[in-house]
Unconditional design. Sequence first.
Length: 214
Amino acid sequence: MALQLATLVQAVTVGNNKAAVTYAETLLTEGTDVYTIVQAGLLPALQALDVKCTSDDFNLLEIMLAGRALMDVMDKVVAKHLSPSELNVKNRTIILGTIKGDIHELGKHVVRIILRTAGYRVVDLGKDVEPAKFVQTAGEEKANYIFVSGLITVVMPYVRQIKELVDREGLSTKIVAGGAALQQATAEELAVDYVAKDAFAVLHYLQREQEEGA
């Protein structure tokens, strides 16, 4: 099993999406449970992707291919066999999107995969999303969290508007910010509850929230 899981990690890391899907399906057929595939196959690949995103030899094409491979395994294999209860997390809804004025989505895709892999329900609004759309959807979906991404500094005023709108609507939804530009600011400056330094910090934050009974 260890060799097969390592092969899956390698296929995802290098962006071989067809091979990654095949390996994941084979593992399931041979009796490997979905939880093991996620924990020992996908999460190590995600960690490798995280390293690539922050390395000096950043290669956007490689990262995009790896991201596609991850999403293919999630959508075509894992999603068909995985439920939140299998990963022992509470049923929580997260509204996710890239803020108005920004069309970058790669980091958001990685976060979405991590969260769904961990069993959270994620409503992805896409890119260039109006602050009011985040809040409107959070109210409609009774969401616990709004996760907003931004890679360029000019979007910061739009991020701050989300808190104003959340308070105006009387929602208890917490706001989490991430992305290259937003990571340079503090939670107070952005009027959010937490600023994630990377995709995995998001998951760790949610785990702490759950442990504290938030």
